[in-house]
Design a protein around this ligand. Structure first.
Ligand code: ADP
Ligand code: MG
Length: 389
């Protein structure tokens, strides 16, 4: 018998029976939404969930729905911001989840929205709309959906409840003040998980998915130690997804080598295969050429062994990689935009050079502090190949 006895327990969409250390957030969500779900229409409930990747935002909102769906009159509509970004695909996905026929194009934004509200009224539908990882939307699109909920139909009913999920306050601060005002102060925060908290989460997951005796408390503790935050203020750690991923990979390595127990060496190996500071989800969401440009930065850093590269160096390597992949390189100014975005997402750091740093003139230096370059390169190459296949 193998070590992994239930694969689904490790899949990203799995919702476990219990969510240790998220009782309070779940309770807050429940207080804000459950009455409306049972008896919707009288007002427009809206809530923002904020926290770094892997802090349990998605699983908590799914849990709320799991708990309340039987008594709910409203439907659950989940929009993943990494997959659906522009107005037409979002509205198309909402229509699809509700099983309502919808024209693909030919309408203005306002007409689309009016049509949606009209359909909802005709079918007497209410929905809890979750905009997950909504930092992928432009402020303009996010505003549109925030404002949508304010509209009542001809009967005066509010058809929509809204949950916006993001990493930080930036997502709200980028909205215009009046839209920002609509979202108000109902924010639920998800702090990074501490080592002890990760331990509890991992232990439960191991019990659900791994064979008895295949893991020890020490193994779980080891993973908790390398992934858990020192405190709730330590934002460079505390990602439960990463912890679960390492456990799963370690179990896999042990199983592959024909053992019945996970050893510390398996954890060491598997933790080298994953990214720590950067979430894979965020990388996956980058446009293809931003990934290629990042790959160029990584390769340049690797080959020069220097702590930083200049923009010019990275651009040269970028052009070479484009040739390799037979892709037409993006223009200089576009690369600057990518650079700004990579910095904004915390994947790279940049600064201006100082005098006497071996580089002539004023230039921008780019560095990557958080990840082993090998791992980052491997992950990027895999993603780029998948995208170009
Ligand atoms: P986020 O949406 O904040 O990025 P997720 O909700 O996707 O994070 O959680 C990441 C992973 O960790 C998922 O596999 C989820 O099931 C698990 N997880 C997060 N928090 C908990 C918790 N409190 N208890 C059990 N599993 C959790
Ligand atoms: Mg999520």
């Amino acid at each position: 018998m193998g070590i992994i006895i239930n694969e689904t327990v490790f899949s990203p969409s799995y919702v476990p029976p219990k969510l240790p250390h998220r009782e309070q957030q779940l309770q807050q969500l429940d207080e804000m939404l459950s009455n409306w779900l049972r008896n919707p229409g009288n007002y427009y409930p809206r809530v923002t969930l904020l926290g770094r990747p892997g802090t349990g935002k998605t699983v908590t909102i799914r849990k709320l729905w799991e708990l309340r769906q039987n008594e709910a009159v409203a439907r659950f509509v989940y929009i993943n911001g990494f997959l659906y970004r522009n107005f037409t695909t979002i509205i198309g996905e909402i229509a699809k989840s509700l099983n309502i026929p919808f024209p693909r194009r030919g309408l203005s934004r306002d007409e689309f929205l009016a049509l949606l509200i009209e359909h909802l009224r005709e079918r007497d539908l209410y929905l809890l709309l979750v905009l997950d990882d909504a930092f992928n939307f432009t402020p303009d699109i996010l505003s549109t959906f925030i404002r949508l909920g304010q509209e009542t139909d001809k009967l005066g009913a509010f058809r929509i409840a809204l949950a916006v999920v993001g990493h930080s306050d930036t997502i709200l601060n980028s909205l215009d003040p009046s839209t920002r005002g609509i979202m108000g102060k109902s924010i639920i925060r998800f702090t990074p998980y501490t080592k002890d908290q990760i331990f509890d989460i991992l232990y439960e997951r191991a019990q659900l998915g791994l064979a008895k005796g295949s893991y020890s408390e020490e193994i779980i503790q080891m993973i908790a130690d390398i992934t858990g935050a020192q405190s709730h203020l330590d934002t460079s750690r505390g990602d439960a997804r990463l912890a679960i991923d390492i456990l799963y990979r370690a179990a896999h390595i042990a199983q592959q080598s024909g053992r019945r127990q996970i050893m510390p060496e398996d954890v060491r190996k598997s933790s080298k295969e994953v990214l720590f500071g950067v979430s894979e989800e965020v990388l996956q969401g980058l446009p293809l050429h931003e990934k290629i440009f990042l790959l160029a930065i990584v390769r340049t850093l690797k080959s020069t062994r220097a702590p930083y590269v200049t923009f010019g160096e990275a651009e040269e390597v970028y052009k070479m990689i484009c040739e390799e992949y037979r892709e037409r390189p993006r223009v200089h100014s576009q690369l600057w935009t990518y650079l700004g975005d990579l910095k904004e997402k915390g994947i790279i750091e940049t600064r201006q050079n100082k005098k006497g740093e071996g580089v002539r003139g004023r230039t921008t230096l780019i560095s990557i502090g958080t990840e082993p370059l090998e791992t980052l390169e491997a992950v990027l190459v895999r993603m780029i190949n998948e995208e170009l296949r």
